[in-house]
Design a protein around this ligand. Structure first.
Ligand code: SF4
Length: 383
């Protein structure tokens, strides 16, 4: 195990307590500054979403240039994806909620990639093909239910969109030497060849509108900071096609309910997250048992206050469930001062989580009717 100061962050492994500023410097990305947030606020109008206002998206590549271009009449599109291996949990929604906010505010198109092939190739547990396909459609429905516009949202469901993707994928694959993907992803002689080719498929959505429209169309990819190496390859080859380098907006990792700084839900870790198909009693149990930054006794907590930064319940308030920055500030101040106790804090959170699940169920039923219609099946031109 890494020591206190050590951490590992790659697209396939995250461990240790991450020093996010150090990681940003290692990756050579730019910080999301108050000036950049003010620019975004000015262009988008209205309040920023929690993920931006509360510092969860903290790093970027080339975001100011993308926003300046938008302000001068050059719209961009959004690209984000999901590797389907099971039900989504609330933290999976973070990047899509941010994309939905961008789409709603700026009217930009959204491209979603469902990587049912990659999940099958990379699974350490031997997941069946049928399962990745099944969960692909289920996950897509949950994502679309966040409020995406059916007319402006397009899905690359890899195994079902392959005929459309392949003409661009072959062009991309030709430009990626094996030595590059080996160095970035740490492939070994036993890595299956599906994963080697997958880099080309993951790049397709980032270039698709430029390819389809025959002109450079800027792209914004919100992603976890651990995914930055994937997209460095995409950025490195963009100019050789005459396309803009995709801008990136990176988030910190969301901690699990059981207290680890990075969430894992495999094996016996199902209580580490709130899954969208959890029944209300499971949600209640998970939140009630969640790791907190509280003190050993009520008396101590009232006297000394608690520590929100290490609390998984506070992380839920911060990322998604505090409906306003004022409510988030109230919870944080109450926690620090000891006027808010963990039991009451969890009850207030559960009320909001319950409302979210109820609204999501309704939205999901509607999205199910049109989810399939977003799947891209035709290339803009042949071969
Ligand atoms: S009061 Fe709330 S935020 Fe603070 S430690 Fe307890 S559960 Fe966490």
């Amino acid at each position: 195990m890494p020591g206190k100061e050590e951490f590992v962050v790659t697209p396939y492994e995250v461990k240790g307590r991450i020093d996010y500023e150090r990681l940003r410097e290692q990756f050579g990305t730019q910080p999301v500054t108050p000036e950049l947030l003010a620019k975004l606020h000015h262009i988008a109008g209205g309040e920023l979403p929690p993920a931006l206002a509360r510092g969860i998206y903290y790093s970027h590549r080339d975001l100011p240039a993308l926003l300046d271009g938008f302000a001068h009449g050059n719209p961009f599109f959004l690209y984000s994806g999901r590797g389907p291996s099971g039900p989504l949990h609330t933290s999976h929604l973070l990047q899509f909620q941010l994309c939905q906010w961008f789409q709603k505010r700026l009217g930009v198109p959204m491209y979603i990639q469902i990587t049912d092939d990659e999940k099958f190739w990379s699974s350490k547990t031997g997941i069946a093909r049928e399962e990745t396909v099944h969960w692909g459609l289920e996950n897509l429905t949950d994502i679309l239910a966040l409020g995406f516009d059916p007319k402006r949202t397009h899905t690359f469901f890899d195994s079902r969109s392959i005929a459309a993707m392949y003409p661009l994928a072959v062009r991309i694959a030709r430009k990626v030497p094996y030595s590059t993907v080996k160095a970035v992803f740490g492939f070994t002689p036993s890595t299956n060849i599906g994963l080697v080719f997958y880099t080309a498929l993951q790049t397709v959505p980032a270039f698709w509108p430029s390819w389809a429209e025959g002109r450079p169309v800027p792209c914004l990819i919100p992603c976890g900071i651990d995914q930055d190496p994937h997209f460095r390859i995409t950025r490195d080859m963009a100019e050789s096609f005459g396309y803009p380098k995709p801008a990136l907006l990176h988030s910190q990792m969301v901690p699990g309910l059981l207290g680890e700084s990075v969430m894992s839900t495999t094996g016996d870790r199902a209580d580490n997250a709130l899954f969208l198909d959890d029944p209300p009693e499971a949600v209640e149990r998970k939140v009630r048992n969640a790791f907190t930054g509280g003190r050993a006794t009520v008396e101590e907590q009232r006297r000394l206050g608690a520590t929100p930064e290490i609390c998984s319940v506070w992380a839920l308030w911060r990322t998604q469930f505090a409906e306003s920055d004022a409510k988030f500030a109230e919870v944080t101040a109450g926690c620090r001062s000891g006027t808010l106790l963990c039991g009451e804090c969890k009850s207030q959170l559960l009320e909001r989580v319950g409302k979210f699940y109820a609204a999501h169920r309704v939205a999901r039923a509607k999205a199910k009717e049109w989810a399939e219609s977003t799947i891209v099946t035709r290339a803009p031109r042949d071969l």
